[in-house]
Design a protein around this ligand. Structure first.
Ligand code: NAD
Ligand code: IPM
Ligand code: MN
Length: 358
């Protein structure tokens, strides 16, 4: 019997609503499988916590989180607290503090009718982003000069280390090998303008492609990549990108698979020196928060990614099958998918399907 200790940080807005559904699904699975159990510890860190306590998480928050097998996070950020405070002091603090340098984001279409592109089959949209998750433009290096004067300058320095860049690319090549789709890695660059960071990125990509000679490679500038993703999504397999480019392109990718309500993600520390964190790609969606309108599928899919990471791919597979079945019969889907169901009803429906398939 495996008993996992999971830290749960619902966060803000719809993060709280979708988290309930993710936990519901995990509890349903453990009820049906006596060999797996979850111990969830809930942390109410987020913007409300900040407004009460003047901080986004406890000072010893990372210390507290260290002991868990994994962390589940909903979404962070809400009007009333500046985004750069809420995100840097909670979400990015965990990603960087726990060296979760891989951000894995699958872009996979589950039902053809949810794709906004014409005539796409489900197999046409099936790629995975490996986004560098701790450095680049998010390194937090920079400052203001001559602040408040008419000569004011803001600096935001991007940082790319050889160690992390190499490991991110290796991860991408290994993934391309294991996926057996096109056996291809696409690197997202912008070395025509960024003459240090992206020239360095290209050089390391070339070095790694010389090692993984059985994997095809291609490299596109980020602007062209955004166009190709729409024009011919079927030509992508594994995509490796820097922190900022990966952030932007994965929202575009989410749209290809039916919207942010589908986009799951994992922040991974591959060496397992620290816990990894599982969170959907979307944010707290303040304008629909508290109304039961949020699509919980991204969060439920994210829970599947956590199970895969913990070595329970069979259970993860059951979650995916149940999501697809719920989508196919279109009962009780949320408004983003043209339905009139609530967040809670979608979660209940998926749990019921899991129970039925046993
Ligand atoms: P967002 O992802 O919250 O919302 C973008 C759009 O997608 C909105 O129209 C929203 O209604 C819709 N949407 C998102 N998730 C949905 C879901 N599950 N079901 C249905 N519709 C959904 O992005 P934003 O508006 O740029 O950001 C809002 C807040 O969230 C900000 O504070 C931002 O910094 C934060 N944010 C946090 C994370 C995170 O915690 N991982 C990610 C992105 C944004
Ligand atoms: C994401 C989000 C975060 C990011 C923000 C909220 C800091 O957009 O997880 O995609 O940029 O990484
Ligand atoms: Mn984003």
């Amino acid at each position: 019997m495996k008993n996992y200790k999971i830290a749960v940080i619902p966060g803000d807005g719809i993060g709280i609503e979708v988290m309930n559904e993710g936990i519901k699904v995990l509890n349903t699975l453990s009820k049906l499988n006596k060999d797996i159990a979850f111990n969830f510890d809930w942390y109410d860190w987020g913007c409300e916590y900040y407004l009460k306590h003047g901080k986004m998480m406890d000072e010893d928050g990372l210390e507290k989180l260290k002991k868990y097998d994994a962390i589940l996070l909903g979404a962070v950020g809400f009007p009333g607290v500046p985004d750069h405070i809420s995100l840097r002091d909670l979400l990015l603090k965990i990603r960087q503090g726990f060296n979760q340098y891989i951000n894995l984001r699958p872009i996979k279409l589950l039902t053809a009718q949810d794709c906004p592109l014409k005539n796409k089959k489900v197999e046409d949209i099936d790629m995975v982003f490996v986004r560098e998750n701790t450095e680049g433009e998010y390194a937090g290096v920079g400052g203001f000069q001559r602040e408040g004067t008419k000569d004011e300058v803001a600096l935001q320095t991007s940082v790319f280390t050889r160690k992390t860049t190499e490991k991110v690319m290796e991860y991408a090549f290994q993934l391309a090998k294991s996926r057996k789709k096109l056996n291809k890695v696409t690197s997202v660059t912008k070395s025509n303008a960024l003459n240090y960071s992206m020239v360095f990125w290209d050089r390391i990509f070339k070095e790694k492609s010389n090692v993984y000679t059985d994997i095809k490679t291609e490299s596109f500038h980020v602007d062209a990549t955004s166009m190709y993703m729409l024009q011919r999504p079927e030509s992508f397999d594994v995509v490796v990108a820097s922190n900022l480019f990966g952030d932007i392109l994965t929202d575009l990718g989410a749209t290809l698979q039916g919207g942010l309500g589908f986009a799951a993600g994992a922040n991974i520390n591959p060496e397992r020196e620290y816990p990894s964190m599982f969170e959907p790609v979307h944010g707290s969606a303040p304008e629909i928060a508290g109304k039961g309108l949020a699509n919980p599928i991204a969060m439920i899919w994210t829970a599947k990614m956590m199970l895969d990471f913990l070595g329970h791919e069979d259970l993860g597979e059951r979650i995916m099958k149940s999501i697809v079945e719920a989508l196919n019969n279109r009962e009780k889907l949320t408004p983003d998918l043209g339905g009139s169901g609530t967040t809670n009803e979608v979660g209940d429906r998926i749990c019921k399907i899991i129970e039925n398939i046993g």
